[in-house]
Design a protein around this ligand. Structure first.
Ligand SMILES: [Fe+2]
Length: 365
């Protein structure tokens, strides 16, 4: 069987014995008294290839197996580490892994529960680092054995930072994608151009004022930024009509939450963007549309966007009416506080706008 090359050379001839000699070695399979047989050679190859430091120790805590990850982390080659006490190689003073390992090997009962500790550790070149050490005890050929896995905290943190950066890039790309979708519908309807953006900024401010976390508030911003995307299905002449809508036209316009939902429902956003689009004309008392949802059936995100939508729309000019004052917009949401609109959202929005001198641009972030 071909084995992978290791940093310290081809060691095929040195693999067996060690784990491979453990004739009765096995792992519990979850049923009392049953032991699952282990493919020793495959296990040993796997351990040697792992990037984590994986070590196998004998009854006296001496190294029986030293993975390539251990070589990379500690700097000792397989030959240098083999047969030497682990504590002598990597422990710093009597604390940490040295004391933990000594206590484990001296235990009266065997095997012991797995234990994980944070420990100072020493490399071959004398440099110190902090590592997470997991000690697992088992029995092989009637001898006590200890499997040790070591992770470098510094490496873990570097991986976390790289992952966070990757997620942030993904989030920014998704945000740009959503905003582009929002601009698509606004391009057809000059009277509502900017409405979704202003609604989004107000909704996000209200969410933050209500104590929602930044990530959830970001989802509300993005949902509000496309909440009217379904209007792409409404003929431009209806959107731009300077008079009140006729009954048939009203039905066409009222389809837009469902149309919008169907456009984006299959995009796997990490926020309830599709629900915000679908529910942004629902009222607490069930008098809204398209589903007539009531109370908590409406997601909190949508309950915030509903209020921001009304305030922004009323305070902006429309073909069929001039802009209303902010006082009128606030009166509207307060008149329907608890019937159409979530009281906490209304209170938060009202307080924010009043604090901003009744100017939307002073509130919306
Ligand atoms: Fe709408």
């Amino acid at each position: 069987m071909a084995l992978p090359n290791m940093e310290n050379g081809d060691r095929r001839e040195r693999l067996p014995p060690r784990l491979s000699e453990a004739g009765d070695m096995g792992l519990p399979d979850g049923r009392a008294g049953r032991v699952r047989p282990v493919d020793h050679l495959a296990t040993e190859v796997m351990i040697r290839c792992l990037r984590d430091a994986v070590l196998d120790l004998d009854t006296k805590g001496r190294v029986r197996l030293w993975s390539s990850g251990a070589y990379r982390l500690f700097g000792y080659s397989d030959a240098e580490a083999m047969g030497r006490p682990l504590a002598e190689l990597v422990a710093v003073g009597d604390a940490g892994v040295g004391r933990e390992l000594a206590g484990l090997l001296a235990a009266a009962e065997w095997p012991q529960p797995e234990r994980t500790i944070n420990s100072p550790l020493r490399r071959k070149d004398g440099t110190l680092f902090s590592g997470e050490v997991t000690l697992s005890s088992y029995t092989a050929s009637h001898h006590r054995r200890v499997m040790v896995v070591v992770r470098d905290h510094g490496e873990c943190r570097a991986l976390e930072v790289a992952l966070e950066a990757s997620l942030e890039r993904e989030r920014l790309a998704m945000e740009a994608y959503i905003l582009a979708i929002g601009r698509m519908v606004e391009a057809r309807d000059p009277y509502t151009a900017g409405h979704q953006q202003r609604t989004a900024r107000l909704a996000k401010s209200v969410a933050l004022h209500m104590g929602m976390g930044a990530k959830r508030a970001e989802g509300i911003f993005l949902g509000a930024a496309v909440h009217d995307i379904g209007k792409i299905d409404v003929p431009a002449e209806i959107l731009a009509r300077p008079t009140a809508l006729r009954s048939g036209e009203r039905e066409i316009v009222q389809r837009h939450p469902t149309v919008g939902y169907n456009i984006i429902k299959d995009i796997n956003f990490p926020w309830p963007v599709a629900d915000i689009v679908l529910q942004h004309h629902e009222h607490l008392d069930g008098s809204g549309y398209p589903q007539g949802l009531k109370g908590s059936e409406i997601t909190l995100e949508a309950r915030i966007v509903v209020v921001a939508d009304v305030v922004e729309a009323m305070s902006s000019h429309r073909p069929y009416r001039p802009a209303r004052t902010m006082a009128e917009a606030l009166a509207e949401i307060n008149d329907h506080r608890g019937t159409y609109y979530d009281p906490k959202v209304v209170d938060s929005c009202t307080r924010l706008i009043e604090q901003g001198g009744n100017k939307l641009e002073m509130v919306a972030q």
